[in-house]
Ligand binder design. Structure first.
Ligand code: NAD
Ligand code: UDX
Length: 471
């Protein structure tokens, strides 16, 4: 690369680690800092702390050349032109984002600044955080000429994080002046001028040399709001289709057909119209709450966001009630849970709808045998150990003698089950699918009673359709 930038990324989590290796992949010199010593040790020793496609190969390629790991923030800041803050901003008690990790990092940066730096908010933060970072730096006595603060929100999704980073729909930079804006343009230049995509071995995705990534330059406040508004809008789409799914069920319509019919309207688009257990993960729930709080601080009641959350919370009740009505009583029932992660292709279980549902079923007296291809260790660390919570090494082991099989995460392998083998393994052939991975008729033909979201239930031929019971 002709014009590499020395970059410090603070935080080596799902965003920081991906950003660090991707900047190295783009040709920059990166130091990634974390205050979790064991994580830094693991990364230095060649370990990969999270399950994320392409991450192991990129770490292997750049570790020790383009990217180094350390817990020494001062050293990393001193030697870098741009400092990306990518620490957590979890939900606080009021719904507002807890910015204490960001503040702690800023105070450490303040002590380490000796020459001009561009400080970049990569974490998802409320509007005016940019201004607060500036104020805190000045409070700590840093000369205003020694830094600029810019907002550069991150839109990657877990599971496709590396490709999303290198092939973004857009790069948003909120900068108040020319100098930091130019540095940010230099950092993203390999993606915006397409030179990265021309390289041999470049990872492929939606961008290419003809159609490179687009950078949107705006004010810091607008950039901060773009991030919150994007996540809130995507969450809204999911809650909308879940509300439609619940209506569809009452009139024997099929939400999958409805989503297709809606999504073909190019003004609406087909993405994020998958009905299911409701959205989870470390972003949508907290960002919807944080955006609502932001509006409240400005004297506005953004009620629509409360409704989005309400529908999402209720969706887990909808699923729980489906399990209950399929099985009559839950005490003593043995259930196979396929999936623990909040969605496929990740080991992340933060705010996972699967765990919510499992906790409720255990409370109601059922016992669970769970299987997830990537998230079992993390789940074991948060679900209280109990006789009622077991883990299996595979799908059919989890299903052995089960009174019903629950599909809770949309892993590809759960969509490709050997249905004959599953039928032989279970005690009763009942599948309750929170992710709509199968066609109802196909499941009935394979001898299952199949209950899903927003579609008529189907029943195995021997049992036939039961009379509708009101519990
Ligand atoms: P994470 O919890 O996975 O990682 C945060 C890391 O920061 C941890 O490794 C932690 O040890 C480290 N850290 C905390 N305090 C530190 C300090 N003082 N010094 C050095 N390191 C410190 O979080 P994440 O999922 O990567 O999210 C980070 C931010 O990015 C959040 O604001 C989140 O909302 C946003 N975001 C996340 C995603 C996502 O898909 N996870 C996508 C876009 C934006
Ligand atoms: C999200 C945003 O998509 C991403 O742009 C942002 O940077 C971080 O937050 P992520 O949390 O990784 O990414 O996952 P995403 O794919 O958006 O899914 C979030 C949740 O919504 C999951 O629980 C998923 O199962 C659910 N979902 C998604 C649906 O229920 N239906 C859909 O149609 C899409």
């Amino acid at each position: 690369m002709s014009n590499p930038v020395s970059i410090c990324v603070i935080g080596s989590g799902y965003v920081g680690l991906v950003a660090a290796v991707c900047f190295a992949e783009m040709g920059h010199k990166v130091t990634c800092v974390d205050n979790d010593e064991s994580r830094v040790k693991m990364l230095c020793a060649g370990g990969v702390p999270i399950f994320e496609a392409h991450l192991p190969e990129l770490l292997n390629k750049h570790r020790g050349h383009g990217v180094d790991f350390t817990s020494d923030l001062r050293m990393a800041v001193e030697q870098s032109e741009a400092i990306f803050i990518a620490v957590g901003t979890p939900q606080g008690d009021t719904g507002a984002a807890d910015l204490s990790y960001v503040e702690a990092v800023v105070s450490e940066i303040a002590r380490a600044i000796t020459g001009y730096k561009v400080i970049v908010e990569k974490s998802t933060v409320p509007v005016y955080t940019n201004e607060w970072i500036r104020r805190v730096l000045q409070r700590y006595g840093v000369d205003h000429e020694l830094f600029d603060v810019v907002s550069n929100p991150e839109f990657l999704r877990e599971g496709t994080a590396v490709i999303d980073f290198l092939h973004p729909d857009r790069i948003v930079v909120g900068a108040g002046s020319e100098r930091p804006a130019r540095l940010m343009e230099r950092i993203y230049e390999p993606l915006t001028n397409g030179s990265y995509y021309a390289q041999a071995g470049a990872l492929t995705g939606i961008c290419n040399t003809e159609s490179p990534a687009k950078l949107v330059l705006t004010s810091a406040q607008s950039a901060e709001i773009i991030k919150h508004a994007s996540n809130a809008f995507l969450a809204l789409k999911i809650s909308f289709i879940n509300a439609v799914a619940n209506l569809a069920e009452t009139v024997d319509a099929d939400v999958e057909d409805i989503a297709e019919g809606i999504g073909l309207d190019s003004r609406i688009g087909s993405k994020f119209l998958q009905a299911g257990l409701g959205y989870g993960g470390s972003c949508f729930p907290k960002d919807v709450a944080a955006f609502h709080w932001v509006a409240q601080q400005q004297g506005l009641d953004f009620q629509l966001l409360q409704e989005v959350k309400k529908i999402n919370d209720a969706q887990k009740d909808v699923f729980f009630n489906k399990v209950r009505s399929a099985l009559w009583t839950l005490r003593g029932k043995k259930l196979a849970a396929l999936g623990l992660a909040f969605k496929r292709d990740t080991d992340d279980i933060r705010d996972s709808p699967a765990l919510d549902v499992i906790r409720r079923l255990i409370e109601a007296g059922a016992s669970i045998t769970a299987y997830d291809p990537a998230a079992m260790d993390r789940a074991k660390a948060v679900l209280p150990p109990s006789e009622k919570m077991k883990y299996a090494q595979g799908i059919y082991e989890a299903a052995l003698d089960a009174d019903a099989v629950l599909i809770l995460t949309d892993w590809k392998e759960f969509a490709q089950l050997d249905l004959a083998q599953l039928n032989r393994a279970v005690r009763f052939p009942i599948v309750i699918d929170g992710r709509n991975l199968y066609k109802p008729n196909q499941m009935a033909e394979q001898g299952f009673t199949y209950v899903s979201i927003g579609r008529p239930a189907t029943y195995n031929a021997q049992q036939g359709k039961p009379r509708k019971l009101v519990l």
